[in-house]
Design a protein around this ligand. Structure first.
Ligand code: ADP
Ligand code: ADP
Ligand code: ZN
Length: 236
């Protein structure tokens, strides 16, 4: 079996990570793993862990690194158990801090897995605020919509599963501003960390959804060819 290879997608809130990852991951033979979705599904049950996560989540604050890593690793183990042959993940929303990036390097090394590429979605702040204030999500399947830019076919209903669309509890003006500041402080510096290792690609996320998808796939596909000259099973 080929070694698992992961791709990280990094960009500010509203840059389109979730939207794009859902489209790009299947085209590249990767499993989309969204840290925020893992937390949202965990919070659907009232447990001590869920209450702890919620105390950070609703303020737009980052969940502590140790807890975040634990939730992520449990999910990766579950993926491997379900399908031992899965080729890798498109990781959306992790890492967001230097400590998380270093922890990821450690756990991937232990598992003999690699980061194939890190892709940055670049979008100006004014556009981000417009996107986040109109965002709607499906709590059942994680699909992402926008009231104006990506409306569902039937208002208020998920195209994919028929679920009722909601506005996220942290998509309020205060929590949005706070999360964008946190991104600049804590996550944007990671771009340099990966650039120095020759892993970073940048795609302009301020374009129509289809065009961004096209550029992401074109940029990532060559990075997922393995070092023995074989091609991972990639479909278009
Ligand atoms: P956004 O990109 O809009 O911040 P996400 O769905 O990716 O939304 O994340 C929602 C919330 O989940 C974050 O505000 C934070 O509370 C928590 N979270 C997600 N990813 C991480 C992470 N890597 N580390 C800590 N907290 C996280
Ligand atoms: P992130 O995961 O980076 O926070 P999302 O994928 O949730 O971003 O997108 C944020 C909002 O912007 C959603 O409402 C989504 O429908 C919308 N959106 C995403 N990409 C685009 C785009 N290229 N043009 C216009 N709106 C977009
Ligand atoms: Zn749905």
């Amino acid at each position: 079996m080929a070694e698992r290879r992961h791709v990280l997608i990094i960009g500010p809130q509203g840059s389109g990570k979730g939207t794009q990852a859902a489209r790009v991951a299947p085209a590249l033979g990767l499993v989309h793993v969204a840290m925020g979705d893992l937390f949202r599904s965990l919070m659907q049950h009232d447990t001590p862990l869920a209450r702890e996560v919620r105390s950070y989540y609703d303020r737009g604050a980052l969940v502590p690194d140790e807890l975040t890593l634990r939730v992520l690793l449990a999910h990766l183990d579950e993926l491997a158990e379900r399908d031992g042959a899965y080729q890798g993940t498109l990781l959306d929303g992790f890492p967001r801090t230097r400590a998380q990036a270093e922890a990821l390097d450690r756990v991937l090394a232990e598992r003999h897995e690699q980061i194939a590429a890190v892709v940055e979605l670049a979008v100006p702040r004014t556009v981000l605020i417009e996107r986040l204030s109109g965002r709607l999500i499906c709590p059942q399947c994680g699909a992402v919509y926008h009231r104006v830019f990506a409306p569902p076919q039937v208002p208020g209903r998920c195209d994919r599963c028929g679920g009722e669309l909601i506005q996220r509890s942290d998509d309020t003006p205060e929590a949005i501003a706070r999360r964008l500041d946190l991104y600049e402080e804590q996550t944007a510096p990671l771009l340099e960390y990966y650039r120095q290792r020759g892993l970073l690609l940048t795609v302009n996320g301020d374009q129509p959804i289809e065009q961004v998808t096209h550029e992401l796939i074109a940029a990532l596909r060559p990075r997922l060819e393995d070092s023995h000259g074989n091609h991972a099973e990639i479909t278009s």
